[in-house]
Design a protein around this ligand. Structure first.
Ligand SMILES: COc1nc(N)nc2c1ncn2[C@H]1C[C@H](O)[C@@H](COP(=O)(O)OP(=O)(O)OP(=O)(O)O)O1
Length: 173
């Protein structure tokens, strides 16, 4: 799969915006907003574009805080394996709206619906919400849904590598 981005807007009351995905990869799960990189697109441009398409919110690339780089590995269906940059976003404009792809809802941190999210989110999202920055592989089991293992490293900062995007696009297009 092509590299992806994932954006979690956070408002002034520290609520996090999640969307229930209505179709495609991860349908019916709550998640941040994002999608696959287009050829030649930067990660931040992808994040801003997908956020607008899926939630109606507008953001500036410089307001995205890069908080994680995950290597989502699916050994039993390699076509799903991809890297994803995760961003927090505290400055945005626009009005949240339901779209063809997402039904958005604001959640207090203690109400995040982990039981209805990707397996793994319950382990890494709380760490990100505690201001940790993370990098590493998350490996899924035969069912392509349950996490088999993850090996996440806390980082001082997470930098985007456009080189990573180009190589991955070339291999997985
Ligand atoms: C596997 O674990 C994952 N966990 C979480 N929380 N989020 C994930 C995981 N794997 C992928 N994602 C995110 C990354 C992206 O934001 C989306 C997937 O992108 P999608 O397939 O929706 O990409 P689009 O370009 O929007 O899709 P279309 O091809 O339908 O236009 O999920």
């Amino acid at each position: 799969m092509r590299p992806t981005t994932l954006v979690f807007p956070i408002d002034e009351d520290n609520r996090i915006l999640l969307g229930r995905k209505k179709r495609g990869f991860g349908a019916d799960k709550y998640n941040g907003f994002g999608g696959k990189l287009n050829p030649g697109e930067s990660f931040r441009a992808c994040a801003v574009r997908e956020l607008f398409e899926e939630s109606g919110l507008s953001a500036r690339e410089e307001d995205l805080e890069c908080v994680a780089l995950f290597d989502f590995q699916f050994p039993f269906d390699e076509s799903l394996t991809h890297v994803s940059y995760v961003y927090f976003l505290r400055t945005f404009t626009g009005i949240v709206a339901e779209t063809d792809e997402m039904e958005p809802h604001w959640f207090k941190p203690e109400d995040v619906p982990y039981a209805h999210m990707w397996d793994g989110d319950r382990r890494w999202l709380p760490m990100l919400l505690e201001n940790k920055k993370l990098k590493g592989p998350i490996v899924f089991a035969r069912d392509n849904s349950t996490v088999d293992k993850m090996d996440l490293t806390a980082m001082e900062s997470v930098m985007e590598s456009e080189h990573l995007a180009r190589i991955d696009l070339y291999i997985n297009e």
